[in-house]
Write a protein that binds this ligand. Sequence first.
Ligand SMILES: Nc1nc2c(ncn2[C@@H]2O[C@H](COP(=O)(O)OP(=O)(O)O)[C@@H](O)[C@H]2O)c(=O)[nH]1
Ligand SMILES: [Mg+2]
Length: 319
Amino acid sequence: MKLIIQIPCYNEEETLELAYNDLPRHIDGIDTIEYLIINDGSQDNTVAKARELGFHHIVSFKRNKGLARGFMAGLDACLHLGADIIVNTDADNQYCGADIEKIVRPILDGKADIVIGERPIDQTEHFSWKKKKFQHLGSWVVRVASNTDIPDAPSGFRAYSREAALRINVVNEYTYTLETIIQAGHNKVAMTSVPIRTNEETRPSRLFSSMWRYMKRSATVITRSFVMYQPLKFFSTLGIVLMLVGTVLGVRFLIYMGMGDGDGHIQSLILTAILLLGGFQTITIGLLGDTIAANRKIMEDMQYRIRKMECAQHDDEAQ
Ligand SMILES: Nc1nc2c(ncn2[C@@H]2O[C@H](COP(=O)(O)OP(=O)(O)O)[C@@H](O)[C@H]2O)c(=O)[nH]1
Ligand SMILES: [Mg+2]
């Protein structure tokens, strides 16, 4: 059983050592633990620092591509390196390394394919009141959109089984955390959550620089992921609401017309027509989206099989 711990890094030479020293060297049930960083075009000495510390693998981008792409490149590398379990943690030592054992345990026990570490958000002193509330609100929206019960959706402290990693897809360029949960919920992946501890803050968050920006980006990611996986549900709900309002207005107009007062209500007749047509078109978009989503499923299945074949090839070469 091989575990690879991956750490996305963007200019992390100062805190990487702390994070590295906190990582577990041995976990019961795991034969080999290797460490990997994804250097996302850092301008400082992150790579030299990682080499000096003894990281086994370094995935490097020449320029900054953002956390979501970095995360995916890391997963891909870990799969090719033969990882059975992949853990993601942060370079700023936010998460308690000793708790990696806790998040890999449900995978080792065959109980889950994705395990998400739940941070003690309300007890975290360096989180502002607003940040705490937004993290809870974001998690709630993700729970509804993914139909899961994950309490801490933006947490970056996670473990993936090989099977789950082979199936993951991230389309947005901002963060992988929310999209992967919506996708896993939709694909009925066995996903669970365990409480974990966090460490003292070493530097301010870079991903949460402004509340407004964070909200806007997260809302876009959640809506986009939801529409991508549930287009029919999304558009037909919207379309039916429009058509219902249109029908009510239409019936109201007919009643007035029956009473001989139709002329005075031409505006509501126009609105009825717009709402009925708009609603019908929205439902049609949902049907189209549903066809595309069905295609996507087939493509995802093909991607899964290709990734699996590639990994098998790497395993053969390694032997
Ligand atoms: N690949 C990549 N990683 C990043 C980028 N920005 C931040 N990270 C990494 O993402 C992790 C979390 O970042 P951090 O600023 O601590 O955000 P927090 O999760 O809100 O505390 C750290 O390991 C960072 O090095 C980026 O642009 N690209
Ligand atoms: Mg952090």
